[in-house]
Ligand binder design. Structure first.
Ligand SMILES: Cc1cc2nc3c(=O)[nH]c(=O)nc-3n(C[C@H](O)[C@H](O)[C@H](O)COP(=O)(O)O)c2cc1C
Length: 323
């Protein structure tokens, strides 16, 4: 089974991809957090840093676009092709209110006729492979049968399905049975995404979705960066490897931001998930979260590595706070 790293805005930057692939089993694909191509067809500095080929060397990195304008998608896909990318992913899953209000991300799923026209235009003209990351619908999982009819009209390189609707955000029960029903009906290769946190869960998904082209890991992989190693029967991470990974990432952010404070804030996003791998009753996580300056942050990180044992499987600590 192929394992992919999910795009996570604010978490899976190019520095994250680089450090992850250096210390742990490389994902077969790393999907990048979305870029929103602007009407004036200029990438921002931040976008350029993410997609720079030299920042993604040696990785199968896939840029993702969030837009509902075919013209803007085609411009960005053309630029990405010039940079050497062979696949571009379309975001049809983002549930954020500011995104869906503009009919983008999961919001686009509520306008199937528009979406069909958009897909027709981009598939007619794009010179790169186009993959799609979708939810089951905007409001109801029943919307998916019509959406799948539309997807089946186009040669989608890979259709990643996160079996929730927009209204579920990233919480609520995952609708596994809806994914299972859709899998044989897709004419395009399908990838599963959602709530895989332990190696046992990954292996169960492999067994249950044998015809799937891949499994995409999001929060579970941030919580346990060795999850792909473990799913393949390999060893988990020890504290030394995790510490080296942490330090490389932290130092990378300090250098890239020119500010250790901003680097600390970025690292706290990662710790929100990564604390799940440590046997903590909540006290260390709280101290880390509350660290007000860099010295305090570094002390708390040292304490976590010194005092806490690693769990065999990461705990999905984010479920408690309903992210
Ligand atoms: C903080 C955060 C940022 C995310 N950013 C993106 C994104 O940029 N593009 C995207 O398609 N999905 C994004 N997602 C969704 C994830 O890619 C994934 O679909 C979701 O977390 C469910 O998978 P998981 O249960 O394995 O985490 C994001 C999710 C989270 C929690």
């Amino acid at each position: 089974m192929r394992y992919y790293a999910a795009p996570m805005e604010g978490v899976t930057s190019y520095l994250y991809r680089k450090a992850h692939s250096r210390y742990f089993k490389k994902a077969d694909k790393y999907f990048m957090p979305f870029l929103s191509p602007s009407h004036d067809h200029i990438f921002t500095k931040k976008d350029l840093r993410e997609i720079a080929p030299e920042h993604n060397e040696g990785l199968n990195a896939v840029p993702q676009l969030l837009t509902r304008r075919a013209e803007d998608f085609l411009w960005a896909a053309g630029e990405l092709k010039k940079m050497g990318y062979r696949e571009v992913n379309l975001n049809l899953g983002c549930p954020s209110g500011t995104v869906t209000a503009k009919g983008k991300g999961a919001g686009f799923l509520g306008e199937p006729a528009e979406l069909d026209r958009f897909l027709e235009e981009i598939f007619a003209a794009a010179e790169v492979r186009i993959s799609v990351k979708t939810r089951l619908g905007l409001r109801e999982p029943e919307e998916f049968s019509h959406l799948l009819e539309i997807y089946n009209r186009y040669p989608i390189a890979e259709l990643t399905i996160h079996p929730r609707v927009r209204a579920d955000f990233y919480r609520n029960r995952i609708r596994t049975e809806a994914f299972e029903a859709a899998l044989p009906k897709s004419r395009n290769p399908v990838c599963y995404n959602g709530d895989l946190v332990t190696a046992a869960e990954c292996r169960a998904a492999e067994a249950r979705f044998q015809t799937a082209a891949g499994l995409m890991l999001g929060r579970g992989l941030i919580a346990d960066p060795a999850l792909i190693d473990k799913a393949g029967g390999g060893p988990g991470a020890d504290k030394d490897r995790l510490r080296a990974f942490h330090d490389e990432l932290y130092q990378g952010y300090c250098a890239a931001f020119g500010s250790s404070r901003n680097a600390m804030l970025r690292m706290k996003e990662i710790w929100f998930y990564l604390m799940g791998l440590f046997d903590d009753d909540g006290r260390y996580a709280k101290r880390l979260r509350k660290a007000g300056d860099v010295r305090e942050y570094e002390c708390q990180v040292a304490a976590v590595f010194r005092d806490l044992a690693l769990r065999a499987d990461a705990a999905a600590v984010w479920r408690k706070s309903d992210t």
